[in-house]
Design a protein around this ligand. Structure first.
Ligand code: ZN
Length: 321
């Protein structure tokens, strides 16, 4: 049975690479972008406009954006920790900017080297810049709620705190919300509860979930998110990733396993699994010392496995409601 279409956003080129010390040569990053485009991703987070003195991996951010934005049908997002980063991202021609505020002061300071109030002020200025330079609002500003399910320094974060920060971001006029379990603390009950509360406030605004599998709850949390109606998930090839400023943080949920699970459930992603598996082999060859995670590529697709049918290919009177 076809239920719905789901957007899976590959964030390996940003979240995946930010913790890897070995520099992945620009040509190889471009080849990874090519694989993403060929596999059918609608969106990738391609890079981060963070100062090279903090994360040298992204010294080629503008070049990667130029390469990715030349692909047809690919929305290209970039992480921007501050106004300067957003200026560079806009100049490079990104389609989407992710600006971020953390659930706690400690994590905001550790991750972004500024207070939460400063990050919210930055988000306001980023939206003003976008409107001034891109008056047609063609560049999407995504407001990300980082460490929304718990903080590595302050522990439990109340839903109230997250909903207050959400209200601030909505007041500023962000176009999308991303709810991030930056350090892999979330459990499915919590995801269901917080996402339902968030969706009550966001109306028609797209809401995405950014999950890490640090404690093995990643795909269970996806299912909880699906239950609330969320159809937009970040994931990373090979489960690469982590946060350089969070102790013992590990990777995002693995794209290969996520796409397999969604397709097996009848949820169409538009992503070609065979090309996705080839891209994993390509990146593995370029980063031989970096562990990659996931199950489906070890076990292989089940006998007689069929991908979900696209909603677009079904006559409208037969579509699931
Ligand atoms: Zn992350």
């Amino acid at each position: 049975m076809v239920l719905d279409n789901v957007r899976v956003r590959e964030v390996g080129l940003r979240d995946g690479l930010q913790i890897i010390r070995a520099f992945l040569p620009t040509e190889h990053k471009k080849a990874w972008v090519d694989y993403c485009s060929k596999a059918g991703f609608q969106e990738i987070e391609a890079t981060s406009f963070v100062p090279a003195k903090y994360i040298p991996q992204f010294v080629d951010a503008a070049e990667i954006v130029a390469h990715a934005t030349a692909k047809p049908h690919l929305q290209v997002a970039a992480f921007t920790p501050n106004v300067k980063g957003a200026e560079l991202a806009l100049a490079a021609g990104v389609h989407k900017i992710t600006c971020v505020v953390s659930s706690t002061e400690s994590f905001n300071q550790a991750n972004l080297r500024r207070s939460r109030a400063d990050s919210l002020r930055d988000a306001k200025e980023i939206i003003r810049l976008r409107d001034a330079e891109h008056g047609n609002r063609s560049v999407v500003v995504q407001g990300a709620l980082s460490s929304a399910f718990g903080c590595p320094f302050e522990g439990i974060v109340s839903d109230k705190t997250i909903l207050e920060l959400l209200e601030e971001l909505l007041k500023l006029g962000v176009d999308e919300i991303s709810v991030a379990d930056t350090v892999g603390y979330a459990n499915p009950t919590q995801v269901r509860r917080l996402c339902r509360a968030i969706l009550r406030e966001t109306g028609d605004l797209p809401v995405g979930l950014h999950l890490h599998d640090t404690r093995g709850t990643g795909l269970a949390n996806v299912l909880a998110g699906l239950d609330t109606g969320i159809r937009y998930f970040d994931s990373s090839l090979g489960g690469l990733g982590g946060c350089p400023n969070a102790p013992r943080a590990t990777g995002n949920i693995t794209t290969e396993d996520l796409v397999y699970m969604l397709e097996a459930m009848g949820l169409n992603t538009g992503i070609d699994l065979e090309i996705l598996f080839k891209s994993r082999e390509f990146v593995r060859r370029q980063l031989p010392d970096v562990p990659m995670f996931g199950h489906i590529t070890d076990a292989g697709l089940p006998k007689d496995f069929q991908v979900a049918q696209s909603q677009d290919s079904i006559p409208s009177d037969k579509k699931a409601s």
